[in-house]
Structure formats: C-alpha cells, structure tokens
Design a protein around this ligand. Sequence first.
Ligand code: SAH
Length: 248
Amino acid sequence: MAIGIICAMEEEIALLEQDIQSADSTIIAGRTFIQGTLYGQEAVLVMSRIGKVAVAVTTTLLIERFHVSQIVFAGTAGAVAPELKVGDVVVANQSVQHDMRPDEELTFRVPLIEVGYFQSDPELTQKAFGAVEEYINNSLHNDIPQQHLQQFGIRQPKVVVGTIASGDEFVCDPAKNTWLYEHIDNLKCVEMEGAAMAQVCYEYGIPFTILRVISDCADNDTPFTFDSFIEGAAKYFTRGSIRALLQA
Ligand code: SAH
C-alpha cells in the first residue's frame, strides 16, 4: 500500500512533484492527488493548502479514496523552543491543537475523543529522524545553494524530536510564543496543520509522523520573508528528507 505525503504549500511540494514517476493525477475538492513511484516507493503526493480544516479534508481523502497505509506531513514551522534556529528540523513524536480549548483547563483535549496530545507512530518518527539527520549530514550542503544558506544563516542544522503545536493562526508574537512554550509539554515549534492531520489519522488508526523545518522564530523578528525561505530553502529540506526517508 502507498504512503501519503502531504505538504501545505505549492513551493514546498514542487520538487517532489518533479521527482514522482509514472504519475497519475486525480483532482478532488480542488486538490491534486498524484499517485506514482517516489524514490522507489509507492506514494500519493498532495498539497493540502493551509490550516487545520484544509489538512483534515486532505487526510480523509488520502485514507478513504487512496487507501494509504501511512502518512507523512512535511513543511515549515515557527520555532518556540529557545534552542531552535532557522534551518533546524523538528520531527513530532506528538502534536496538539493549541487553539482547542473546550474548558478552562489547558489540556487542549478534543472533546468526546478526549485526546489532547496525538502520538505519532514511534517507528515512522524514528525513521524520519534518521532520514533528516542523513540529509543534513550528507546532502544539505550540496543541495541548497550556498548563497541561500548564507542568506538564512544556516550552517549545521540539528534535528530534534518533540511536540508540535498547530492552530489556525500564523504566530509571530513573542508573548504568544512564550505562552505556548509555558503551557504545552515539550513544545518545539508551532504551525497550522500537523495536529489536525494527527487527529484524523488517530480516528482512522493510520500511522503518521510530521516533519517541520524552522522557517521563523514565531516572534516577528525574522530578518527575511517567509516566502523567500520556502522558495530558497524549505523546498530542499522537504525533498531531501522525504527522499532519505523513502530510500531508508
Ligand atoms: N503567507 C501565506 C500564509 C502562510 S501560513 C498567506 O498569506 O497566504 C504559514 C505556513 O507555514 C503554514 O502552512 C504553517 O503550517 C507554516 N508556518 C511556518 N511558520 C509558522 C508560524 N510562525 N506560525 C504558524 N504557522 C507557521
């Protein structure tokens, strides 16, 4: 059975779209699902668009219509943990919807299913961690043009495993960033899709993991635009990590 690969934005998925072979495209609800062979594995590639609803619909379609056996999300995120810099990568061992607050208590539990922190598949997460490490150590410096690495201040990035928080908000406020760090267990970074995909996968019993390269520091203080980062760096991280993962 195929593995599902989701990215939120066109720039992030562009290089994977170039590399997928014997591809067959199907458009559903405005999303193009590309089925083919990616780095030797049967895969379905899709751009979800941005936000929790967008990725929930996309994940459901991947499972219901394409019968994927596992799903990996790859994209960018704002750093929350102080040890993280632009170019570092976070692999989620769990994810949480930071805007899910059904009561005063900050457990972020999704009512009725009563889960707040969705657990990624441990094996897939470990494999993804190793794949990102391999990309960073063996390929990154030949893959991303040197001038881009300089522009974004990327030297020798690190990869960490921890919690990813998702919400329908681009976080660029230091106060919000601090609030998230203080209230979420082992939080590394913030983005807009991962935990919504995680909820759908949890409900269907599909193994998944999430990879995020840090594009900004969620604090309004990043010295380049988000758009320049996804075009100049994120797309390479996405391709490099997914390639290493599928070839592992
Ligand atoms: N600028 C675009 C929206 C980009 S949203 C527009 O106006 O249309 C940012 C995307 O990158 C989302 O897919 C999200 O998952 C991720 N992301 C990166 N940094 C983030 C941050 N600081 N807060 C939230 N999401 C972030």
